[in-house]
Design a protein around this ligand. Sequence first.
Ligand code: FAD
Length: 486
Amino acid sequence: MPPPPPPLLLPAAPRATAAPAALRFAAAAASSSGEAGGGARPSRPPPPPRRPRRGKPFSRQSAIKKSFHQEQVVFSTPVPSDPSVAIIGGGASGLACASSLSSRGVRAVVFDTGMHGLGGRMATRTVAAGDEQHQLMFDHAAQFFTASDERFQRLVDGWIDKGLVREWGGLIGELESGGHFRPLPSSTPRYIGVDGMRPLADAILPQSDLIEVVRPCWISKLEPFNGLWRLFENEKPHGQYDAVVIAHNGKCANRLLSTSGLPLLTKQMKRLQLSSVWALLAAFQDPLPIPQNDLYGTFEGAFVKDVDSLSWMANNSRKLFPLQIDRPECWTFFSTAAYGKRNKVPQENIPKITAEKVKEDMLRGVELALGLSRGSLQQPFYTRVQLWGAALPMNTPGVPCIFDPLGRAGICGDWLTGSSIEAAVLSGMTLANHVADYFASSGEQPEEFAIGLHENLNKVEGHDIGQFPGLDTQPQIAEAQLTPSA
Ligand SMILES: Cc1cc2nc3c(=O)[nH]c(=O)nc-3n(C[C@H](O)[C@H](O)[C@H](O)COP(=O)(O)OP(=O)(O)OC[C@H]3O[C@@H](n4cnc5c(N)ncnc54)[C@H](O)[C@@H]3O)c2cc1C
């Protein structure tokens, strides 16, 4: 691994970025107007008009590139005996990071934007529909997970002991358009949250005085100051910390890092490409006409092939309430990444017309997948569409975490090694141990703790909705399509 570039900046005066450029502009304007004014100098003929410059025209992209050019911040102050870490992002990776830091005796504060709870893309939606018996419940991102690493398996076993997780015994497989279903043999158990995925997020955090959660809170600025990281939500300060962890990705993380003084982290984060996926949550009064498999019965989850608007469908009522057969059927449908890319809009502000079109397209996709004639699918009595604008990583550096010891800052998240809950948790755990080791070191050789700062990113294999180690045994699964979103 090449060594990091030499430090350019010693701590941590707030950097002026816009001001010098503005000043340069002002100076240039003043000097040219001075010449034009003439004064005592003999007047010269005006210069011929300048030919337009050859080369690349100005583009927004080049402006963004420029603004990402930043000097490296270097922390040289000794680490105190009771250091604290700010973790920005309360998804699986950020929470696993906080948990592992606390088990190493390091304080952590987790900041998360979640209005309804922690968990990020481990998300469950409950909709009141009469009495509790008839509540509608949908996992609307992660659907199930597998465990291939013993550290993650230990966490899962703990959840099983507490009654939070169980194996999903329902039939899953591949559904080709026309209703042709093929079961997927699984060499490993498939797990689900007993009450959906979101409660697992809270369960990642142990009871510990060393962990604090601040939510909902959107950290908008990171600033190195006097050997510490200061965090802000707009202008509101949110404390100062000995190290900072970026446990989220996408546009938000790019913006946050762009003025942070962490050029190597910024560069790696900018290389990440993310897919976009639409989710349609739909509740039906009567069971959908799922093709029967003589041997296995009807499926509860299916990776859909050859249908543009659909990559996954799962019967959440059967998955979450297997014994309550009189419930309405709550289905979670996901689009393909290709459809998500073509129909992308700002996810916080989805135009009604787009939401309606996506709903129609996806319900039509359900008809195609099940081999039903157009318009014959029963109308759902509840629907909701949602865009996961930064759904799943499409490329990965293949290192479990990133850490810049000069800037005392790291990154964890699913995308460091793949696209699954397991990858996210392992990344958070690994970064925590790395940071704790760094704190415990003498600080004489900080470069030794540099990790993941220069790796290239390679394509992530898997389904449009992520990876399921142990399930992807068939070659056609490994070839599942992933199309870049930007
Ligand atoms: C549609 C879909 C289906 C999926 N299906 C599966 C599946 O079946 N099985 C599986 O294993 N995986 C699945 N995944 C992937 C899985 O959900 C993710 O890999 C995992 O949850 C990622 O965790 P994370 O901590 O890396 O990121 P996230 O869960 O995205 O957590 C990041 C958190 O940071 C917060 N945040 C962002 N910016 C800020 C800020 N500035 N300040 C404060 N907080 C901030 C976000 O709100 C979020 O809560 C799916 C994902 C999607 C989108």
